[in-house]
Design a protein around this ligand. Structure first.
Ligand code: WTA
Length: 631
């Protein structure tokens, strides 16, 4: 795939070019990297500030950069408040559809009332600026309200994806030391009620910091409420404290907005910290330029708000840009494989942004499902989360976009806050390449010695500059942040993304995949260490290793190797039990495809599991350099 070079360009139509928000990539790019601060100051100027910044970029403590320092801004003032003063006030902000067909709509004015009420509820529970509130919810409007309510009062949200389970939730609550947890009784998936509250209850029993749990009623499950700790949101909203008016807190640019835990190379998930100022500038600029956002657009990012894609491109970027956002809670193929196409037609969606896994999953049902629907409202399509294979790219382009819609393949990470490599709608495309750096970014591919490799050669993807959307640190662990991501060459710091990539002779970047122990399963980011510790928490298991192997639909699937405790018998029943155990602790998405019982694991002399050897063996490939192996 990545060898395919410049041959196959797909050009945008004149109609796309005519309405582009940015009409000359090269010129603006050259300006943005020559005068980076000038470029970002102009973008920041489009937002609403209580007080403008003293410096655009403060490099005095690199790699702990500060953006727009000295400025006072609240992202909610930009995402909601300023829209209330103009024509957006009565515009639709959120259209939500539940799996059973229920619809709820909120104008910007309506959104503001909900967020204010929620913010007042949080205040009444003693939440103040700087507190970290954990949110564990299905994909319902209240999830968005909860995030915005925290931000509005200067509290920091830590959203845990609703597909995660007990241990994943408990460890994240613990690390953040949250006193308040916001959850729901449950969600809906394929017509079934998914019980979240009992998972939350189990997690709270493992993480004692939670004193208050606010629960949203979303289905008919009979859930256990602990009277001194748990409150229904609808009860609290009925109290006089929950007025629909609430002042937005004037936070500083560098005040933390949220923590989002993500898997890293080793150990427990890291809480990546993002801020009010730079993140607001970065998400709104990338969204507006890469997706040509127009005032009348209906934007559908079909990710879950619980991941970075949802934070940046369901909630913050689009709302700052005053778009109408679509939210759907449910499976893409329920009750039939045309569910998504039905939504596109029904609501006149203009831009659809999703993952290669979702595209491959829907592609499997054939063209006849999308063909039942009028998809002519679509103007642009997007992809994120993992490399998109050219076959899926072409299907998406031809069948969904009817060769009219450019595909905006966006490469970025939880750590980057927003798009780092992506085309603009005017960019000639190559299926499978995320094309070129976004404005302000200089990206190179280097070898192990840090030297830039030649065109077409594989190497490590690095970013040579700071950007406003960058995570500022790992929560409570500055050292880990610096060690994991940054290295200094001469007097210049550079950011190591952890991905391998190639740049072809046209300067197009082809991302190949992770180089470390992070797995992308169906586009979800998981760490081998978390899966392994979930396995080890089972009484029968002595040691475990997890690897990712290619999977047609999921991109990667999890395969595990387990050494049992003495006297335990590794049979099919136990394998099934271990798979279910990981699902119970971590969440369904982490359920291993296979569990293989082994007597030993390949390790380095220092005792580190050599996952690359396991992977090579499973794929029947050369095991590479085994000089450090000690089985
Ligand atoms: C991968 C998701 C190829 C990559 C926004 C990165 C991609 C990791 C793409 C971050 C893409 C994301 N093409 N690979 N367009 N987008 N990735 O933190 O390996 O969940 O390092 O952020 O996803 O995953 P995360």
């Amino acid at each position: 795939m990545s060898d395919s070079n410049q041959s196959e360009f797909i050009y945008p139509s004149q109609a796309v070019i005519d309405q582009a928000n940015v009409s000359d990539y090269e010129a603006l790019y050259n300006y943005s990297v020559t005068d980076r601060e000038g470029f970002w100051a102009e973008q920041a100027d489009t937002l609403s500030w209580y007080k403008k910044w003293d410096s655009v970029l403060d490099e005095s403590n690199a790699p702990f950069y500060k953006w727009f320092d000295g400025g006072s801004i609240n992202i909610v003032d930009n995402a909601i408040d300023r829209h209330l003063k103009n024509a957006n006030r009565n515009k639709m902000a959120i259209i939500w559809e539940g799996e059973n067909g229920q619809v709820r709509n909120f104008s910007y004015n309506g959104l503001n009332r909900e967020v204010c009420q929620f913010a007042n509820v949080l205040k009444s529970m003693g939440v103040v600026k700087g507190d970290i509130v954990t949110i564990y919810m299905p994909q319902i409007p209240e999830l968005v309200f909860a995030m915005l309510a925290c931000a509005k009062i200067g509290a920091i949200h830590s959203v845990v994806y609703g597909g995660f389970s007990t241990e994943a939730l408990a460890s994240r609550i613990d690390d953040a030391h949250s006193r308040v947890l916001i959850t729901a009784d449950g969600g809906w998936r394929r017509g079934k009620q998914i019980d979240l509250k009992s998972i939350a209850n189990d997690a709270m029993s493992r993480s004692p910091s939670v004193e208050v749990c606010i629960c949203v009623k979303n289905n008919e499950l009979d859930v256990e409420m602990e009277p001194s700790r748990d409150f229904w949101l609808h009860d609290l909203k009925a109290l006089p404290i929950a007025s629909p008016k609430c002042e937005t807190e004037q936070t500083s640019s560098e005040d933390p907005l949220f923590i989002l835990y993500t898997s890293g190379t080793t150990g427990s998930p890291k809480g990546m910290v993002h801020t009010h100022g730079g993140y607001a500038v970065y998400t709104s600029t990338t969204h507006r330029m890469a997706f040509d956002i127009k005032p009348e657009d209906r934007w559908w990012c079909a990710a879950d708000p619980g991941w970075i894609t949802g934070h940046s491109y369901i909630v913050y970027g689009p709302l700052i840009n005053g778009a109408t956002i679509m939210l759907y809670e449910g499976a893409p193929n329920y009750p039939y494989p045309n569910r998504w196409w039905q939504i596109v037609e029904k609501y006149g969606i203009n831009i659809l942004y999703t993952s290669p896994t979702a595209i491959r999953g829907l592609m499997r049902f054939g063209e006849r499902w999308p063909q039942k629907h009028d998809l002519t409202s679509l103007r642009l399509l997007g992809s994120v989360g993992e490399p998109i294979n050219p076959e899926a790219w072409k299907w998406y382009h031809k069948v969904i976009g009817q060769e009219r819609c450019p595909i905006i393949d966006t490469w970025w990470q939880t750590e980057t806050g927003g798009f780092m490599i992506c085309p603009l709608p005017i960019t000639p495309l190559k299926p499978g390449s995320a094309t070129k750096p976004f404005f302000g970014n200089e990206i190179t591919i280097v070898d192990d010695d840090g030297e830039e490799v030649g065109a077409g050669e594989e190497g490590k993807l690095i970013i040579n500059n700071p950007w406003p959307g960058m995570a500022r640190t790992v929560f409570k662990d500055d050292q880990r942040y610096q060690d994991l991501y940054w290295s200094k060459v001469g007097d210049k710091w550079r950011y190591l993304a952890g991905d391998s990539a190639k740049k072809d002779s046209d300067g197009y970047i082809w991302v190949i995949g992770r180089m470390d122990e992070v797995l992308k399963v169906s586009g979800y980011r998981l760490g081998t260490a978390e899966i392994e510790s979930a396995l080890i928490s089972h009484p029968a298991v002595n040691e475990a290793a997890a690897i990712g192997l290619p999977h047609e639909l999921k991109g990667n699937a999890i395969h595990t190797y387990v050494i049992l405790k003495q006297g335990m018998v590794g049979d099919q029943k136990l394998a099934a039990e271990l798979r279910a155990h990981v699902g119970h602790e971590m969440g369904k998405i982490a359920t291993p495809e296979s569990v293989e019982f082994v007597e030993s694991l390949p390790k380095t002399r220092s005792g580190k599991i050599m996952r690359r050897v396991l992977k090579a063996r499973a794929l029947g490939q050369d095991e590479g350099d085994l000089s450090t192996l000690e089985e």
